[in-house]
Ligand binder design. Structure first.
Ligand code: T46
Length: 142
């Protein structure tokens, strides 16, 4: 898929003690494909709720599901794909021009998001037809 994809982070566990648990370190400079300027997290979402339903003109983000499970549908000029995020050693990179929808939030899900820019409502496209027109101008007719 264009301008998005899964990132695998390290998961450090103990071979001798399964109860020790796991630790995932992320070094922003080496492992995140942009400078992180902001983070936020989404939680307490009802399982019937659909969030997102917008795209960004410039923003790069990485979505990491710290607990639970959530489906993320991405649509861009070149295709669409659904990612199930349920592993906290994985991150979903989402670049600009991707329409995103997050749904099927399992109870207790915490979705951490690393973002390349400060919050800016002008960077959002919240109407699907406007998103299609914007991408057609940028990438050409399909
Ligand atoms: C995205 C997906 C994955 C702020 O004031 N500051 C912030 O940094 C953010 C992210 C949001 N807000 C406000 C704007 C709205 O009044 O929080 C409210 C809820 O935001 P929104 O409806 O955009 O939330 P989601 O879950 O639909 O989308 C969020 C991000 O906004 C978006 O960039 O890609 O998560």
């Amino acid at each position: 898929m264009y301008n998005c994809g899964l990132l695998k982070f390290r998961k450090i566990t103990s071979n001798s003690n399964k109860e020790f648990g796991a630790l995932t370190p992320i070094e922003f400079l080496n492992e995140i494909p942009f400078d992180v300027k902001r983070l936020y997290y989404i939680y307490d979402v009802n399982s019937e709720q659909i969030r997102g339903q917008h795209s960004h003109k410039k923003l790069h983000q990485v979505l990491i599901c710290l607990n639970g499970s959530v489906d993320v549908k991405l649509i861009n000029h070149f295709g669409e794909k659904v990612y199930t995020l349920n592993d906290s050693s994985e991150g979903l990179y989402v670049g600009p021009d991707n329409w995103r929808e997050m749904y099927n939030f399992k109870e207790g899900t915490v979705l951490l998001v690393l973002a390349s820019e400060k919050y800016d409502e002008d960077d959002y496209i919240r109407d699907f037809d406007t998103f299609l027109e914007f991408n057609e101008k940028k990438y050409g007719r399909k």
